[in-house]
Design a protein around this ligand. Structure first.
Ligand code: FAD
Ligand code: EPU
Length: 337
């Protein structure tokens, strides 16, 4: 059932656990409900926000506008052949429960994306990625409602302009389309992706390499590295890992041989933002009630009662010092609202 709340608390709708309120908060279960809402209400272009689980957001203040929150559920195999299935999932299916469903059914492709918080509808927005896999490898298409035309639009994978932690929904179509369903092409004969980090080593503790064991290993690795938002408010990596020209990276490496780096292509290299931030002395630092996690410098945390603007101020100070120390410009992954 659709509900319009007024003066609504957002505390349980953001994993930073920031206390903020929205003037209006509209939740809806179906496409018809959002269509009639959009038809009956003229929505000011600059003053609304689409919200999933709030695990990649920072509310810097109360939200003086309208929040649109899809509650659309459902997981359904809509096509099947010898090799694969096409699965349609509703925007508000919990991402990790969806991964668990795929693993239980023997469908491969998203097991490395286990334990990422948030909703299915947000997965294509920043093209979620972890442990060598990105959502763009399995998203075949998606359905969205255009807020302007109030019509349903289908986006094929190539329309989404997926890139590292990026898509058209973070750029020119930001907040213009409500993603209602995502279609995933999953493999019935899974091909495992085990190249990244400690996966291989951890799998040696298991008799067999299968989807279930890979999922378990990924969860274990992630739990050892990333703080649980239920315990300490955070939104995962606060910044993207910067991609710089390889010529620049080589100069940096000559001065700092330990700087982790990953070749992207012939001319570009990715650096580890967590390392750069740690080298600037930020790891474990607390400023007001905001802080830098003690084990993972790329994760900013709410140490209890932090204001969104405190976290943002800390983020800006970190950006400044990484720029001064290394000449590298960090870009936020988290959406500051
Ligand atoms: P929200 O935070 O609610 O929204 C994120 C953005 O998507 C906003 O711009 C919002 O407007 C837009 N949006 C949300 N839903 C829709 C929709 N239905 N239609 C259109 N736009 C929409 N991310 C990774 O990529 N890899 C990781 O390994 C990872 N690890 C994390 C670990 C932790 C502990 C935490 C807290 C976060 C992590 N994240 C990671 C970030 C986050 O989980 C993902 O970005 C996730 O996809 C966000 O989902 P959400 O539903 O919470 O989105
Ligand atoms: N590092 C440090 N100090 C730190 C943190 C990291 O030196 O405080 C070094 C590590 O030692 C390692 C390198 O930086 O050499 C990379 O660290 P890690 O493997 O922990 O990964 P990350 O780059 O910090 C990225 C993603 C994560 C994703 C993991 C696994 C980004 C911005 N972050 O983190 O995604 O889960 O790799 O694939 O790309 C997210 O997007 O929210 C997120 C958590």
């Amino acid at each position: 059932m659709a509900i319009l709340h007024r003066n609504y608390s957002l505390k349980s709708y953001n994993t930073f656990g920031i206390e903020a309120k929205a003037d209006y908060f509209f939740e809806f279960d179906t496409i018809d409900e959002i269509k009639s809402f959009l038809n009956e209400n003229s929505i000011d272009n600059s003053n609304y926000l689409i919200l999933g689980g709030g695990s990649n957001l920072l509310f810097t203040d109360d939200y003086e506008g309208l929040i649109l929150h899809p509650n659309i559920k459902g997981i359904e195999v809509v096509e099947e052949n010898n090799d694969s299935v096409l699965v349609k999932a509703g925007a508000n299916e919990d991402w990790d429960e969806f991964v668990a469903w795929a693993v239980t059914n023997g469908y491969g492709g998203i097991e490395n994306l286990s334990n990422i918080p948030g909703a299915v509808g947000a997965a294509p927005v920043q093209n979620i990625g972890a442990y060598g896999v990105e959502a763009c490898q399995v998203v075949e298409k998606l359905d969205a409602i255009s807020i302007e035309s109030k019509k349903q639009v289908e986006f094929q994978n190539f329309h989404c302009e997926f890139d590292y932690r990026d898509s058209v929904f973070k750029k020119e179509y930001k907040n213009l389309f409500i993603i209602t369903h995502v279609y995933f092409r999953l493999k019935k004969k899974p091909e495992f992706n085990l190249e990244y980090g400690a996966i291989q080593a951890e799998l040696e503790n298991y008799d067999e390499v299968n989807l279930k064991n890979i999922r378990e290993v990924i969860i274990k690795i992630r739990e050892s590295k990333l703080p649980d938002p239920e315990v300490i408010g955070n939104a995962g990596s606060f910044f993207k890992n910067p991609i710089v020209e390889t010529r620049f990276a080589e100069k940096l490496l000559a001065k700092h041989p330990n700087c982790p780096n990953y070749e992207i292509d012939n001319t570009n290299t990715k650096l580890a933002a967590g390392w750069l931030i740690e080298q600037c002395g930020w790891k474990g630092k607390q400023v007001g009630q905001a802080g830098v996690h003690k084990d993972q410098a790329l994760v900013l945390v709410n140490l209890g009662g932090a204001k969104g603007y405190e976290v943002l101020r800390l983020a800006n100070d970190i950006k400044k010092s990484v720029l001064i120390e290394f000449g590298v410009k960090l870009e936020m992954e988290v959406n500051a609202i």
